[in-house]
Design a protein around this ligand. Structure first.
Ligand code: FAD
Ligand code: 3HM
Length: 381
């Protein structure tokens, strides 16, 4: 018997690709996902998700798995020269911290349980607007929908020749996952709430920042920021003497970080002329890589994964033109991502986050967005 379901081919098994795959499969599509790496694994340290992506995790059934190894810290604290600027309790805002491997494992389980065919060690080299992808071994596969979720260097995007603009910011960051060492930190600074996210800024005489983010009871995500022009600040493995001289209260966890090679990542923003071309849609870093200030790169990827799956499924059900539905999807959904991207770049360029009390107004609009609410675009009188 032939399979009468609509078929999707997805390039990339990161947060964007896995979320799209799970959502489409649950909506009745046959889905094959290609991951270039020999196995599906997440590199990197920790991550923060907000309501926009947590709603998507609810809908794909991944929340119980995620909750088991993630947390919501009591507050997002900001310090300048170790003086507290703000402790934002983020009342009414849903957010969670976790490790990247755990989020990836959770999404992989959801995709597998939804019936997605996952092919590791499969490199996609390009796609065409009429709905084909080509693999590195020369094989060409047909699909009703092709999704380019293959990251900032996306071969799917580049094969389509979609014009883009890439901007680099002056700062960058090295990320680590280390043991919590809460008792040792408590001994060094007993009055501190070490379950908080603590954004330790120093701008004068030297720009060095440590973003301290508990990911669960055992694991801590620390991100060390410095300008790329600062050779010692951006060195990997980190210059332990330099970092402990500025952040002595973090010595135990900095020591652990110094034992890890690490990779310095310079902040960058990529903006595309369009996210779709015929039967191909781009999502995640391939479409909208952003600075991490608002912690929304993966969040918007997952949000767009869900809304793309809904838009494509509705078009199929209505027997409507799929390329047209994808253009409309970008038109209504892209502004939320553009906003997060613009605000994150502005924060990266101005370092205004150092002032504290920043999760308000436009800066939390994307975080509060619910992409799974069918009435979200209704205008209320
Ligand atoms: P990727 O994670 O890059 O996945 C792409 C996948 O495609 C990879 O598995 C790759 O191997 C595969 N691939 C590539 N080429 C091919 C090919 N030719 N064929 C097949 N497969 C291919 N976001 C948040 O929401 N919250 C945060 O707290 C946060 N913090 C961040 C901190 C830093 C310092 C940085 C740099 C980013 C942060 N982000 C955060 C952003 C987030 O990490 C990214 O936006 C997100 O991982 C992008 O997911 P993706 O699936 O689009 O891309
Ligand atoms: C969660 C998070 N937030 C902000 C940054 C940043 O500004 O570099 C990085 C992060 O992982």
């Amino acid at each position: 018997m032939t399979d009468s379901r609509r078929h999707a081919e997805i390039s990339g098994g990161g947060f964007a690709g896995l979320t799209t795959a799970a959502a489409l499969a649950q909506m009745g599509w046959s889905v094959r996902l290609h991951e270039r790496a020999p196995e599906l694994r997440a590199e990197g340290a920790g991550i923060v998700l907000w309501n926009n992506s947590l709603q998507v995790l609810d809908r794909i059934g991944a929340t119980p798995d995620l909750q088991s190894r993630s947390m919501t810290p009591p507050a997002y604290e900001t310090r300048m020269n170790n003086e507290i600027q703000s402790q934002e309790v983020l009342e009414g805002i849903r957010w969670r911290t976790m490790t990247r491997p755990h989020l990836h494992e959770t999404l992989l389980t959801a995709a597998r349980e939804s019936g997605v065919e996952i092919v590791a060690g499969s490199e996609v080299v390009g796609a065409t607007p009429d709905g084909t992808i080509t693999l590195a071994d020369g094989e060409t596969l047909d699909a009703d929908l092709v999704v380019g979720a293959d990251g900032v260097g996306s071969p799917v995007r580049d094969s389509l020749g979609i014009p883009l603009k890439r901007e680099r910011s002056r700062d960058g960051i090295t990320r680590f996952l280390v043991p919590r060492r809460k008792a040792e930190l408590q001994a060094l600074e007993p009055d501190t709430e070490w379950d908080n996210v603590i954004d330790f800024w120093n701008l004068d005489p030297r720009v060095l920042r440590v973003l301290y983010t508990p990911a669960n009871d055992e694991e801590l995500y620390i991100a060390l920021m410095s300008p790329s022009a600062d050779a010692d600040g951006s060195r990997v493995p980190i210059d332990l003497e330099l970092w402990t001289s500025v952040f002595p209260q973090l010595a135990p966890v900095l020591q652990d970080a110094a034992g890890i090679q690490g990779r310095y990542y310079g902040y960058q923003t990529t903006r595309l002329e369009r996210w779709t071309d015929g039967h191909v849609a781009l999502i995640g870093d391939s479409a909208h890589a952003m600075c991490p200030a608002l912690a929304q790169g993966a969040g918007t990827a997952m949000q767009n994964a869900w809304t793309l799956a809904v838009a494509a499924t509705e078009a199929v059900k209505a027997d409507a033109d799929l390329p047209g539905a994808l253009v409309e999807w970008e038109r209504v959904e892209r502004p939320y991502t553009d906003l997060a991207q613009d605000r994150s770049q502005w924060y990266a360029d101005t370092r205004e986050m150092a002032k504290g009390n920043q999760f308000v107004g436009e800066s939390v609009e994307t975080a509060l967005y619910n992409p799974t609410d069918p009435h979200r675009h209704e205008v209320h009188a």
